[in-house]
Design a protein. Structure first.
Length: 429
């Protein structure tokens, strides 16, 4: 029996791809084996230069520690730069996202020689949807991820993802319902994910939208709580926000990528909204969900970003009710329009601006956590029995251990270093 190990890199969608690959291989008779497997599969990310470097370092490490294993590199980096990866010492096979569904067939082929072969094609012709629930990923061992959408039709000038993931495509409704029914027998909270999650159901001929899917899942499954991962700001329609506000079974958590608070930078990024549009969605979310977590992705140092434009972003973030930020410096991606611009911001400036926004995000998060003192928040208990995650995305240190994967109400007694502490209303054992 041939054996395999999979190491996933990057976003929740990539993790879901890895879970699906494990299922495909297991169904073909391959057995998981973490030590010296026949095939060591690296399911890669390529969103930044740092992500690429991490993969290259891992290839060297795996080759050194598993000399008898064949290294198979798949995922987004494999789709973007297959020949670059194939040239790395120890790599036996490179399989792009365009051929990811064929991995089991390729590895099972008795005639394959595995000497740096490359299998990459036109990602925009990809119609298949590859994903399985991710049930064993760190904290999410109590809160699995279910990928329901892949690909992206946007063309942001800095982003390589559409060229390695292909066009937007949605998982079938009945498949999602059945997967959610199955997950609801073991979990109380499930996180819905995608590359551009808000575009679920937008294919020609479809009349359903993301809010309609949520209503269906609430009506036809017993899941205790649904949580949305990242949704583009303009896909947070009034219908979706009102549903989130009204349903106790949907987490009060809005994550809307911002990238920049400067109108001129957003235009250069080819983003499809202006700051005023984004601000309207965020304040509507806060009005309807006063205790909700509201987070954003923010990029600093985009080509041409002046000090004035950066200060516009800083001021924009400061006045909006964010509860956390995911901040990252701009990273050139070969093949994108932004990478070809001559007005690149020096890396030192990018890092300095990043530190300013990071500190701002930390201060906003601390203020939000302090405001929760004395309140009672719904939460799901985590694998570590001393912690829970609230509906509004705050980790709570419990006053006494609880059974994992349960929905509870927690009275907040105060803040911890990065989270909250439960009020001890009973004797500790």
């Amino acid at each position: 029996m041939r054996t395999f190990a999979i190491q996933n890199f990057g976003c929740r969608a990539s993790q879901a791809d890895g879970a699906a690959l494990e299922s495909l291989l297991s169904n073909r008779g391959f057995a998981p084996e973490p030590h010296q497997p026949d095939f060591f599969i690296l399911n890669t990310c390529t969103v930044t230069a740092a992500a690429d470097e991490e993969v290259r370092q891992t290839v060297r490490k795996v080759h050194r520690e598993n000399p008898n294993s064949r290294i198979v590199v798949t995922g987004c980096y494999a789709q973007r730069a297959p020949e670059e990866i194939a040239a790395l010492s120890g790599v036996s096979l490179v399989i792009g996202n365009s051929h990811k569904t064929q991995i089991a067939d390729l590895l099972a082929d008795p005639s394959a020689e595995f000497h740096g072969e490359v299998h990459v094609g036109d990602i925009f012709s990809q119609q298949e949807f590859l994903a399985s629930p991710v049930e064993e990923a760190g904290i999410d061992r109590s809160r699995p991820n279910l990928k329901i959408q892949d690909g992206c039709n946007n063309r942001c000038s800095f982003c390589i993802i559409p060229f390695v993931r292909g066009r937007s495509r949605s998982a079938p409704v009945r498949q999602i319902v059945e997967q959610m029914r199955d997950l609801s027998t073991r979990y109380k909270e499930v996180v819905l994910t995608g590359i551009n999650l808000g575009r679920w159901g937008r294919e020609p001929g479809s009349s359903m939208r993301l809010a309609d899917l949520l209503r269906l899942l609430l009506a036809e499954t017993d899941i205790g709580r649904l949580r949305l991962s990242s949704v583009e700001p303009m896909d947070f329609s009034d219908d979706l926000l009102r549903l989130m506000a009204d349903s106790p079974r949907i987490a009060k958590h809005v994550h809307a990528p911002l990238q920049s608070g400067s109108d001129t930078v957003l235009r250069r990024m080819h983003r499809k909204y202006r700051p005023r549009h984004y601000e309207d969605r965020i304040w509507k979310a806060r009005e309807w969900m006063p205790e909700a977590a509201i987070g954003a992705d923010v990029m600093v140092g985009f080509p041409g970003e002046t000090e004035e434009e950066f200060q516009q972003t800083r001021a924009f973030i400061e006045r909006l009710p964010f509860t956390y930020l995911h901040m990252f410096p701009y990273s050139e991606r070969p093949g994108t329009p932004a990478a070809d611009r001559k007005d690149q911001v020096p890396p030192a400036v990018r890092r300095a601006r990043g530190r300013i926004l990071k500190e701002l995000g930390i201060a906003k998060n601390a203020a939000f956590r302090r405001s929760m003192a004395g309140r009672t928040l719904p939460a799901v208990t985590l694998q570590d029995p001393t912690f829970a995650m609230t509906t509004n995305y705050l980790k709570v240190e419990l006053a006494k251990p609880r059974e994992p994967r349960k929905l509870i109400d927690v009275v907040i007694g105060g803040v911890s270093g990065t989270g909250l502490r439960e009020l001890a209303t009973f004797p500790l054992l």
